[in-house]
Design a protein around this ligand. Structure first.
Ligand code: PGA
Length: 274
């Protein structure tokens, strides 16, 4: 089987957003990662601190910078949007696309502001696709997030939702471009809730995702694509999730805000039996 380098990506969301806070957290991560190898690490802070963090990392840092969203147009009258070219210029190499917090709550005429309600989908499979294509064109590596809501899981729709989200995201993406794509399977009901999917079920759904890539492309492509698990991954549950055959790393929210916890998860990924 293809050897896939694990990736541990921290999604800081709208946290650590001042330059002082972001620099302190990143510096702590850099210190704690100094003796760790065998795992790739990325941090995805708010847009406004990307430039400052790039300056902290320097040119050849083993830690990659990621953004949390991207717009698909290069330039123009798109108030508030940030293009893939702008992100590349800021030193970004990864970009989260289609995170459930974006698929769920933003960009619609009447968003539902009730916490936990994902009724109105602002980000759709087609906007996720446009963003993915634009990111690839600017040589960014998309981390495409997919996952079912609790309601969809209870209706036994999980596998169909994952397939549809993966197929939708990859429309027009070539086999060669697939080498740049990372997926994150994040069951929406496990994000920020403390509820994790069992490791067996997370692995099963990541297997469905991998099989979808195989159907769309070929076995070699699906064997090489990295699939992260995300949703309440913490130091004490990371190893049992990361050891699963279809899970190649983690997209870490809450636990990425503490350097010690984040690096413990990276160490767990680096310590997997080869
Ligand atoms: P969590 O968030 O680790 O806090 O559950 C994961 C994510 O939203 O990417």
């Amino acid at each position: 089987m293809t050897k896939r380098t694990p990736l541990i990506a921290g999604n800081w969301k709208m946290n650590k957003g001042t330059v002082a806070e972001a620099t302190a957290l990143l510096s702590d991560v850099i210190d704690k990662m100094a003796s760790v190898s065998g795992v790739e690490v990325a941090v995805c802070p708010p847009f406004t601190v990307l430039h400052a963090l790039k300056a902290v990392l320097g040119e050849n840092s083993p830690i990659a910078l990621g953004a949390q969203d991207v717009y698909w147009k290069s330039a123009g009258a798109y108030t508030g949007q940030v293009s893939a070219e702008m992100l590349a210029d800021a030193g970004v190499s990864y970009v989260l696309i289609g995170h459930s917090e974006r698929r769920g709550r933003f960009g619609v005429a009447e968003p539902d502001f009730t916490e936990g309600v994902l009724k109105y989908f602002g980000e759709t499979d087609s906007t996720v696709n446009r963003k993915t294509v634009a990111a690839l064109a600017a040589s960014l590596k998309p981390i495409v997030c997919v996952g079912e809501t609790l309601h969809e899981r209870e209706k036994n729709d999980t596998d169909g939702i994952i397939r549809a989200q993966v197929e939708g995201a990859l429309d027009g993406v070539s086999v060669a471009q697939m080498a740049q794509i990372v997926f994150a399977y994040e069951p929406v009901w496990a994000i920020g809730t403390g509820k994790t999917c069992t490791s067996d079920e997370a692995d099963r759904v990541c297997g469905v995702l991998r099989a979808t890539v195989s159907d769309l492309y070929d076995a070699e492509t699906s064997g090489a694509v990295r699939i992260l698990y995300g949703g309440s991954m913490k130091p004490d549950n990371a190893s049992e999730l990361l050891v699963q055959p279809n899970i190649d790393g983690g997209l870490i929210g809450g636990a990425s805000l503490k350097a010690g916890d984040f690096v413990s998860i990276a160490v767990a990924a680096a310590s997997l039996p080869s």
